[in-house]
Design a protein around this ligand. Sequence first.
Ligand code: PHE
Length: 468
Amino acid sequence: MNNPSSPSPDGAMGKAAAARGLWSSRLAFILAATGSAVGLGNIWKFPYITGENGGGAFVLVYLLCIAAVGLPIMMAEVLIGRRGGLSPVNSMRAITRHEGLKPAWSWVAAIGVLAGFLILSFYSVIGGWAISYVGTAATGQLAGQSAESIGAIFSGLLGDPVKLLMWHTLFMALVMIVVARGVRSGLERAVSILMPALFVLLLIVVGYAMTTGHFGEAASFLFQPDFSKLTTSGVLVALGHAFFTLSLGMGIMMAYGSYLPKNISIAKTSVAVSLMDTVVALLAGLAIFPIVFANGLEPGAGPGLIFQTLPLAFGQMPMGSLFGTLFFVLLIFAAWTSGISLLEPLVEWLEEQKGMNRTLSTLGAGIACWLLGIASILSLNLWSDVAPLGMFAMFEGKTIFDLLDFLTANILLPLGGLLVAVFVGWFLSRPSLEEELSMSPAVFTAWYRVLRYFTPIAVAIVFIYNLV
Ligand code: PHE
């Protein structure tokens, strides 16, 4: 539990943290951080980008990015949060003041606030797809359908802006209700029940996928690297997704870390969160690709992949309508806990910086995000030919939806993460880091080297390569 007299860089920072209350246990932090990390990124995005980027080699690069870039940065973010004990922007500020650094560093957290806002606008639209599929599954519409008619259900949904708007509005409202009431009360309990349940359902679908006779094919697609299929833009996507799926580069882990009691190991908890996140993504892959191959579907089908494969599986397995309904309900919960963590930094910032109360800042931020989401909705149908930055080669043919996804996951999050790595690796004093992490000298040195050299250089190279 909280130990208010624990060593803290300065009294004010320690007291502020204590006043905000801390997680009730290490497990609670792990659950909340996992709730943020595990979301649509694992179940919706990971399989479809893996399909688009040719499988095994991409997965390998992705796993490397998680271990060698994501994990060290997650530790750095949690560390900043716990040391500062405040919201991301103000934690950064408190630390710069304490260490005699330029206050401009707090802009790093500001990039994160912006990224969260942009991500949530389209994340909510996808969350809306999941809500819509609960109804589809519950009313038995998936039972015994062919791949074509399941595909038609999906394109019917995308072609209907009014329906999309309705579900997007509902998802956004769900997120806003929790954020307005303060994140902590319900979150811990919700996550501790829903995450294990999602895990079990995913295992059931993997079990079904094993009976399709194409499990081996799927496993070799996922785990046998064929480097001829790997492109440089694939590497950028893998790197960006490592940030996206671990909720890095936008201050979430700083915000949650600020509630972490001092006596808990940052390294162990970060490893636990990253592992769970990775396992869920791989399970999703093992659930989806056997169905893709068994039904002659296209692995590179894009964002609709899980909405065309999973319904097919549920339509064919015994008690499929029940399992299908449950699965999409849990997917909504996974998206919901992530959505909450996407809105939280902006709301905290409005409260602290603009002196607005919680309800008002949630309303302001949520409605603005909802409005931007409408542009993503329209880009799926009426505006599907509109490519706002299409004149730049990098953004050629990208609709508003694609553009927001690309800008956030592949540019803003890695940039935020890069700056965090440089800040912690090069500007914070080594003794403060050693004190905060309190791990064995050998492990500390390994982490410190990776964060100082490998992480920034790797991110920078991938960036520059993709710009030119
Ligand atoms: N990690 C979440 C997911 O995988 C998305 C997310 C990104 C949440 C960034 C918070 C911050 O779905």
